[in-house]
Design a protein around this ligand. Structure first.
Ligand code: ADP
Ligand code: MG
Length: 455
């Protein structure tokens, strides 16, 4: 189908969505998307980052799919993907950097195939947008030092904290700063690292795997606690780490706990982690929480009174992600009702939010139930030994969701699913992870299960 009509369709879809959605939501997530192609089955939408893709899939799939259907008058599936040449998905290489350099006709072509371009990092996670307070000062300063002089100050830098306190934010900030200066940076979650490694064994491409990781100047490894178990993966990371460290390249690692509390980690890897600087992040104090809210409100382009800021900061103190979530919810509500946020409306929303989290707390049972409903297999057969193809497939989808949505470790998932080995879980979840981008059916299955879970 021709490009013009695709673009026009998408323009009409965006027009409709703009009317339905709160402005900040539209501006943040939809404004920078493109409709790129469609056929009789699906309509393909590109977004600038994988964050945007994940967000759109999880939160907007239904609304977008319905609107596309309405505009085109066809029952099309909607597929989101990262804009090509924009972001290296899964840490793989975008071709744009290379072709650009080739086209510029330089004699000495300096291809840095392992680098992720600045756009690979979430544009919202920068040093500028990180609010510094006593609870995160050390981690912040260390991250800055590392970004300014990789391999020179603290190597490795190991940042640890509970969830939602800014670890991923700081990693992306380092990535952004270093990539903008032309350094070869690679951000990867430990899960991606594990999957990547296992896939390379399966495909007999371990040499390419080695090259991919050992040629970077800054390696950012997020959530190392999920690299539990799997001896071979540890071994591989150990060698990667040594190579990078020996060449004076920077390694930054995050975790939900300090190295000594990482029970499943190899001892020699643990001692490597302690070579450099250990920096923890504590939950922010009231003043910092207020400063964070003020900064987030400013980024959203809205005005929120100080008494409302104080109210939210006093009620929500566990982590920054929740703080941000509460604010977003208020903004959305205010936009919908076209009225300003008052202390009354804010405190009502906070109460609803608390009730919501209690009601909607997703637990593993909820995921198992949604999977078994969707595939029409009994929940107990997911836990049992049975191995018909249908059940095995449903079980793998459950593994994938438990890891991705609940951030459970493969070992925990294995235990939950009737005492399976963590390697089985890594294999199962990895299989779904690998197939989901190509297989439209699988993708649709997973999306609709997620909708059931988060409904
Ligand atoms: P973690 O990786 O530790 O679980 P994230 O880095 O994902 O946490 O942070 C969760 C959210 O909170 C993100 O949107 C991030 O931008 C925000 N955030 C955390 N700490 C700060 C901070 N000090 N200033 C501004 N935003 C923050
Ligand atoms: Mg994180």
């Amino acid at each position: 189908m021709n490009e013009q009509s695709t673009r026009e369709i998408w323009k009409a879809v965006l027009g409709e969505l703009q009317l339905q959605l709160p402005r900040p939501t539209f501006e943040t997530w939809l404004k920078h998307t493109d409709g790129v192609s469609y056929d009789e089955h699906q309509f393909v939408v590109e977004a600038p980052t994988s964050f945007a893709v994940a967000w759109l899939e999880r939160r907007m799939y239904n609304a977008i799919q319905k609107t596309v259907e309405k505009v085109t008058d066809r029952p099309l599936d909607v597929v989101f993907r990262v804009r090509q040449g924009h972001e290296a998905e899964n840490g793989s290489v975008t071709s744009s950097g290379q072709t650009l350099e080739l086209e510029s006709g330089q004699d000495e072509i300096q291809v840095k195939p392992q680098a992720q371009p600045p756009a690979a990092f979430n544009p919202k996670y920068t040093f500028d947008s990180f609010v510094v307070g006593p609870s995160n000062q050390l981690a912040y300063s260390a991250a800055r030092a590392v970004a300014d002089a990789p391999g020179k100050s603290y190597n490795p830098l190991f940042i640890y904290s509970g969830v939602g306190l800014g670890k991923t934010h700081l990693l992306h900030a380092i990535g952004h700063a270093a990539a903008s200066r032309g350094l070869a940076v690679r951000y990867v979650t430990s899960e991606q690292f594990t999957n990547d490694f296992i896939t390379s064994i399966g495909n007999r491409t371990t040499e390419a795997f080695r090259q991919r990781y050992r040629s970077v100047e800054v390696l950012l490894l997020d959530d190392v606690q999920f690299m539990s178990g799997k001896e071979q993966t540890h071994e591989s990371f150990f060698h990667t780490f040594n190579d990078l460290h020996n060449s004076g390249h920077q390694v930054v690692i995050t975790s939900d706990r300090p190295p000594k509390a990482l029970a499943l980690l190899q001892d020699r890897l643990r001692s490597r982690f302690e070579w450099g600087l250990l920096a923890d992040i504590q939950p922010p104090d009231l003043e910092t929480r207020m400063a964070i809210l003020v900064s987030k409100a400013k980024n959203l382009g809205i005005r929120v009174g100080e008494s409302v800021i104080e109210l939210i900061a006093k009620r929500v103190h566990k982590n920054v992600r929740e703080l941000e979530g509460s604010l977003n919810r208020m903004v959305a509500q205010a936009e919908l009702m076209s009225e300003p946020i008052t202390v009354q409306s804010a405190s009502r929303i906070l109460e609803e939010l608390t009730a919501d989290t209690e009601r909607h707390a997703i637990d593993p049972e909820r995921i198992l139930e949604a999977v078994s409903n969707h595939f029409r297999v009994g929940t107990d057969s997911l836990l049992a030994r049975g191995r018909t193809q249908k059940i095995a497939h449903a079980r793998q989808v459950a593994m994938y969701l438990l890891i991705n949505e609940l951030e459970m470790t493969p070992t925990q998932v294995g235990r939950l699913l009737g005492g399976r080995d963590h390697a089985t879980v890594i294999h199962g979840a990895g299989k779904i992870n690998g197939e989901i981008n190509e297989d439209t059916h699988l993708r649709r299955d997973v999306l609709s299960i997620k909708e059931a879970i988060f409904a």
